[in-house]
Design a binder for this molecule. Structure first.
Ligand code: COA
Length: 431
């Protein structure tokens, strides 16, 4: 295979074999609407000549950049064939068994898991930054109550740049401080937004609690149980990173122009919101409100499939086996549902899994169990994507700093498919 461009090889010359296009790990993370849009169809490739048919070599644009290697990273890799997700060398199941969300964030930002002393310092710094400039709280208060949490989150993160005296300082030390601040502030925006919209007092972080526990506490206003903290921290950890997915790539493109970290995060947030990406988890819960009991599931799913609809929360562009994140969240969702008197929800989830596997041979993805866990924790559906975004902010921040550290402007090219050689006439002569 020959690729044009190294740091960002977005064109593949015609020597590319069809096998090279489909084999190997795929890092794209795509969530479609219930009915597959045209972009989801086969990855067709257009070929044309540049300038004139005779002078320019023929190139092939890769639709959706699928399988294109667009850069190097030490942060994360996904192997969809074996169902493996690795953060800085550690399989996700290892981390889920041995580490907290805060430890996983530290790992992504420093390349190593923290010692106890390092974690204490890190946690104290993160929790200590969980507050917002008063102007941003005012902005939240002034926003229309109908605004989607992701729109408000994106706008507020963008606004934070104007109140951060270090916004334009790209030194490694300043970027480290800003990463801590921005992750803490992103979470605080989501918690405060929920409180403000329900006319509840905004809560301050408790310096004695973990980062994830504080997030739940500041959002819901009651101290979470150990079980709730464990489930929520795991959920955050599983959403932290997923390679060069669309939003991470968008954040890196913005960072590559040497724009500030706030701008790069804003790009990531805008990209994650789409229903083909992070927006799928809010829809994954719909099925539970559409059936009256377990006995209706089979008919309901058959009906959907017969109409050519997708069951949201199932299947994955990258994972061809079970999504390891869904497997890890499943048992927490069952425990939480049992405690929250939602045993039927859990039973329905199991039945949905069986029927979809039987009919289509596909497994639930992280969104299916993430939606159930968040619902059992009492988090409103419209916040599901914003919670995902808070966790992914830590991943984006790792990528933004990696991009700054070895930057080359990401600037691909395109195949021009329009006309050439036209003559421009004065306006009065145009008909
Ligand atoms: N519901 C029903 N059928 C599905 C399905 C779903 N969620 N996901 C895939 N399929 C089916 C397709 O209809 C197709 O069936 P066919 O071969 O009989 O036509 C087959 O599985 C392959 O589908 P394809 O679109 O080629 O797979 P993909 O790898 O490109 O799709 C997704 C991956 C994510 C686009 C797809 O699984 C999907 O739409 N999922 C629902 C949205 C979602 O939960 N996204 C979150 C991802 S983390």
């Amino acid at each position: 295979m020959m690729t044009a461009g190294i740091a960002c090889g977005l064109f593949i010359l015609e020597e590319v074999s069809p096998t090279a296009m489909t084999d190997g790990p795929q890092n794209a993370e795509v969530h479609p609407p219930e009915e597959a849009p045209p972009e989801q169809k086969a990855n067709t490739r257009r070929t044309m000549s540049r300038k004139t048919e005779s002078t320019i070599e023929r190139e092939t644009a890769v639709r959706g950049l699928e399988n294109v290697v667009a850069g190097d990273t030490r942060i994360c890799t996904v192997d969809g064939g074996s169902g493996s997700l690795i953060y800085c060398g550690y399989e996700i199941r290892e981390l889920a068994a041995q580490a907290s969300f805060g430890e996983a964030v530290y790992l992504l930002w420093h390349g190593e898991l923290p010692t106890e002393a390092e974690l204490d310092t890190f946690r104290a710094r993160l929790v200590g930054e969980m507050r917002l400039p008063s102007q941003v709280i005012e902005m939240i208060k002034l926003s229309p109550p109908s605004a989607h949490p992701m729109d408000l989150l994106r706008t507020a993160v963008s606004a934070l740049a104007m109140y951060d005296p270090e916004a334009e300082d790209r030194s490694s030390e300043a970027c480290e401080r800003k990463a801590v601040r921005l992750l803490a502030q992103t979470i605080t925006i989501v918690a405060d937004m929920h409180r403000v919209r329900h006319r509840l007092p905004v809560l301050s972080a408790d310096l004695d609690m973990s980062f994830g526990a504080n997030f739940l506490y500041m959002l819901r206003g009651k101290l979470p149980t150990e079980e709730e903290i464990a489930a929520f921290e795991l959920l955050l950890m599983l959403h932290l990173e997923h390679g060069f997915n669309a939003s991470t790539f968008a954040a890196r493109v913005t960072a590559s122009t040497l724009s500030n970290m706030h701008a790069a995060l804003t790009s990531g947030l805008g990209t994650l919101k789409g229903r083909l990406h992070g927006g799928a988890n809010e829809r994954a819960l719909n099925i539970f409100s559409k059936v009256d009991g377990i006995e209706e599931i089979e008919d309901y799913i058959d009906g959907m499939l017969n109409e050519g609809k997708r069951v949201m929360g199932f299947g994955h562009r990258v994972y061809k086996v079970e999504d390891p994140r869904a497997r890890l969240l499943r048992s927490h969702s069952q425990t939480l549902c049992a405690r929250a008197d939602m045993a039927e929800l859990s039973a329905i989830a199991t039945r949905v899994e069986q029927v979809v596997l039987d009919r289509k041979g596909i497994y639930p993805n992280v969104d299916f169990y993430s939606a159930i866990v968040q619902h059992a924790l009492g988090i409103p559906k419209s916040y599901f994507t914003a919670i995902f975004a808070c966790a992914r902010t830590a991943g984006w921040l790792a990528h933004i700093r990696e991009q700054y550290a070895d930057n080359r402007l990401i600037r691909p090219t395109s195949n021009y498919t329009g006309p050439i050689g036209k003559t421009a006439r004065p306006i009065e002569e145009r008909s």
